[in-house]
Write a protein that binds this ligand. Structure first.
Ligand code: NAD
Ligand code: TYD
Length: 352
């Protein structure tokens, strides 16, 4: 079959990647969607069960650090667009094991850039779209927002590795005119999120009546966005975003961790029939995360004004849907926290 476009999505078996892959496979039957993923602990093909037989979807197990494998896939499918999501993504893990982040996030990204540069003899109709995070900007005080021109000041090994990869992407645009676009997004939440990050970890712990480890005093602020809204923004930036530009994506939805955890506890009690206050009793204040960023908040007015994007799902609705998904998918939760995955799930620095 002759496809209109051949798009490589890296990290398509992960949390955000699986939502982006599903959206593209369903919305663009004329596109061939090739999902390249190494299936680390965070990648799971169960996330894509509903589309695995689609005629415009192909899975290729490969590591972005493996130049030969990436070159072969590029050549085989005549890739003309890349949406690059593959990464090591958890801050706590980066504190314990920074080199994994250097390899995948920095060297892996440069490897992909080199492959695109090598195979794309003309840049007409090509796009290298790099998915990044607002954490590259460091931390905010009580007021203000991150804009596209905020200077980079990453504080964790994770955000430093993402910042480095953003710089390489930008530099390949400047130096080689590779048609690159970057977006920097705030904290995502939703179905298929590996239970190491705040929201899915705490849902899983409440289900299993385990303590809810709140770092420090819990007065840290994050700006939460429903993952399907992020996927919609990625679709828009991929098709309408300008080359050599950056777009900030955020939820206009700031929550202090402790307030969010209290809300989550209440919703979990409501939905599981527990007596009010049951889940709250599991809250345990633990040692703070080293280098813990105080506050993230995105000014998403550029993508709003230029591309017309804004979040469509309210936090109450998104969080409720997310909890329902986890309650209905306990088998998924069990699978990703047991067997070979157990060691990853249990890796939390404050337990050391
Ligand atoms: P995730 O950890 O859930 O998934 C990462 C995916 O990448 C997994 O499927 C994994 O198997 C794959 N992968 C990891 N190393 C690889 C390698 N060397 N080669 C090939 N595949 C590899 O991550 P996520 O939360 O879905 O994040 C996706 C992207 O979005 C990342 O680049 C992350 O920095 C960025 N981001 C995430 C958030 C968030 O809140 N989760 C917010 C903003 C930006
Ligand atoms: P996380 O989900 O790891 O995302 P990020 O660090 O990339 O923002 O953490 C969100 C916030 O929740 C952050 O301030 C750290 C805090 N946190 C806890 O208090 N306890 C936990 O067990 C985890 C995983 C996070």
């Amino acid at each position: 079959m002759n496809f209109e476009r051949n798009i490589l999505i890296t990290g398509g078996a992960g949390f955000i990647g699986s939502h982006v892959t599903r959206l593209f496979v369903n919305k663009y039957p004329g596109y061939n969607i090739i999902n390249l993923d190494a299936l680390t602990y965070a990648g799971n093909l169960e996330n894509l069960k509903d589309i695995e037989d689609a005629s415009n979807y192909i899975f290729e197990k490969a590591n972005i650090l493996d130049t030969n494998a990436v070159d072969k896939i590029f050549n085989k499918y005549k890739i003309d667009g890349i949406i690059h999501l593959a990464a090591e993504s958890h801050v706590d893990r980066s504190i314990l094991s920074p080199m994994d982040f250097v390899y995948t996030n920095i060297i892996g990204t440069v490897n992909l850039l080199n492959t695109a540069k090598k195979f794309w003899t003309s840049f007409e109709g090509k796009k290298f779209y790099h998915i990044s995070t607002d954490e590259v900007y460091g931390t905010l005080g009580k007021t203000g927002f991150f804009t596209e021109t905020t200077p980079y000041a990453p504080n964790s090994p994770y955000s430093a590795s993402k910042a480095a990869s953003d710089h390489f992407v930008r530099a390949y645009g400047e130096t080689y005119h590779l048609p690159v676009t970057i977006s920097n997004c705030s904290n995502n939440y939703g179905p298929n999120h590996f239970p190491e990050k705040l929201i899915p970890l705490f849902i899983n712990n409440i289900i299993n009546k385990k303590p809810l480890p709140v770092y420090g005093d819990g007065n840290y602020t994050r700006d939460w966005l429903y993952v399907k809204d992020h996927a919609a923004a990625i679709d828009l930036v991929f098709h309408k975003g300008k080359d050599f530009e950056t777009y900030n994506i955020g939820g206009f939805n700031e929550w202090k961790n402790i307030d969010l955890v209290m809300l989550l506890c209440k919703l979990m009690d409501d939905k599981t029939g527990n007596a009010p206050g049951t889940s709250e009793k599991l809250i345990t204040f633990v040692k703070d995360r080293p280098g813990h960023d105080k506050r993230y908040a995105i000014d998403a007015s550029k993508i709003n004004k230029e591309l017309g994007w804004k979040p469509s799902v309210s936090f109450e609705k998104g969080l409720s849907e997310t909890i329902d998904w986890y309650l209905q998918n306990k088998e998924w939760l069990k699978n990703v926290t047991s067997g070979e995955y157990k060691q990853y799930f249990e890796l939390q620095y404050h337990r050391r």
